[in-house]
Design a protein around this ligand. Structure first.
Ligand SMILES: Cc1ncc(COP(=O)(O)O)c(C=O)c1O
Length: 373
């Protein structure tokens, strides 16, 4: 992907905010509980390696990613901390995982059987394994004690190739004000855990929401994702127990300003027509950069004043109605603060009918990440 370094459109990432969020979370935890920073999907759009560095400086003990390539990228950048892949990896890559000291999530006994053949053949170092329990998320993991226990025994019987490092589950409704389903999942987790005689190094259940609102359930590892980036996992539905500082800003500039006249239209599909003479600004950012096409009507900040997106968002540009003629180069804020006004990733998400996770992850590589502090 070509990065637009000669265009005034930038994602700003405030490293101090990330650190403050990690430190605030750490203060709520007991000393025997570690934090792994969840930095999958390019650290939710904030930049994999820079966030890894920042999170490490703030005291996280390891990292979680979604896919093996993300884990290898972290190793290639020189990090030696534990890395857990939260998703499933094909068993044929077991030796590659072992070679790079990357921990695998395992959901099936058969996976271990296939992996053990390859690991023995390649005389690999032991592969660290976390067993996933599906307590109600319905995504990956053991659902019954039967194959779960047999799998633990298989791990124990193959210590030359496996290091049984963890057991975890993931909640579907930890960010909801209604904890009925959460409690059901926790009960199922406790039931499955009852068959475990020797606990592995890590037993973990907490993403951001679980640690924020159900901290009593925390095991000894927090998989801290969205709250590290300063966003409330519930999108604001549930109040935060401590303040979070949003780390991401998105800014650009007016690249072209013109006056249009009553009846003139703007954009593809002529979905906007001027009701009077008005000033229109063009901004060099579009849906190829991750600004959703359905944001027509959303208000951005131009020089600290809310201005409506008029016409459809194009691939690389969008247009706004200005209150008066403003010069080319005027600052535009799509996410963040300008003067007394602020636009949050949640504001964008609410307008677009999605969640703030999708807003930050959608920002494409084409937009350079600029690190502050
Ligand atoms: C298994 C697992 N744990 C932790 C996380 C981090 O979640 P959050 O960003 O809500 O903290 C995720 C994210 O999707 C996940 O899939």
């Amino acid at each position: 992907m070509v990065i637009g370094t000669h265009r005034p459109t930038q994602v700003l990432v405030d490293r101090l905010a990330i650190k403050a969020n990690i430190i605030a979370e750490k203060e709520t935890l007991t000393d025997d509980t570690d934090i792994f920073a969840v930095i999958k999907a390019d650290a939710y759009g904030h930049g994999l390696i820079e966030v890894a560095k920042t999170a490490k400086e703030a005291g996280v003990k390891g990292f979680c990613v979604a896919i093996i390539d993300e884990a290898i990228a972290i190793r290639e950048a020189g990090f030696s901390e534990p890395i857990l892949i939260l998703g499933l990896t094909q068993s044929k890559y077991a030796p590659l995982l072992a070679e790079n000291k990357i921990s695998a999530t395992v959901s099936e006994l058969n996976w271990l059987k296939e992996a053990s053949v390859l690991l023995k053949k390649e005389q690999s170092a032991p592969l660290s394994v976390h067993l996933a329990l599906d307590t109600g998320m319905g995504r990956i993991g053991f659902r019954e004690a039967d194959p779960f226990l047999e799998t633990i025994n298989f791990l124990k019987g193959n210590k030359d190739v496996f290091n049984f490092e963890g057991i975890f589950t993931h909640f579907a409704t930890a960010d909801s004000p209604d904890d009925t389903y959460f409690k059901k999942q926790m009960a199922k987790f406790n039931k499955l855990m009852a068959v475990v005689v020797d606990r592995p190094r890590y037993v973990h259940v907490s993403n951001s929401a679980t640690s924020l609102w159900h901290a009593a359930c925390n095991g000894n590892l927090i998989r801290m994702g969205i709250s590290m980036y300063g966003l409330n996992p519930s999108g604001g539905e549930v109040a935060l127990p401590y303040e979070l500082k949003p780390a991401m800003g998105l800014t650009s500039e007016l690249s072209f300003v013109k006056e249009i006249h009553t009846g003139d239209s703007v954009g593809y599909g002529i979905t906007y027509q001027a009701q009077e003479n008005e000033w229109v600004g063009t901004i060099p950012i579009g849906y190829a950069d991750g600004v959703f096409r359905n944001l027509q009507g959303f208000k951005l900040l131009v020089d600290g004043q809310f201005c409506e997106i008029i016409g459809r968002v194009c691939m690389d540009q969008l247009m706004v109605r200005l209150p008066y003629k403003m010069p080319n180069g005027t600052k535009v804020t799509l996410i963040g603060k300008d003067g007394n006004e602020v636009i949050t990733a949640q504001d964008v998400a609410t307008y677009a009918g999605t969640i703030h996770y999708e807003v930050t992850c959608a920002l494409s590589e084409r937009v350079p990440r600029v690190y502050l502090n």
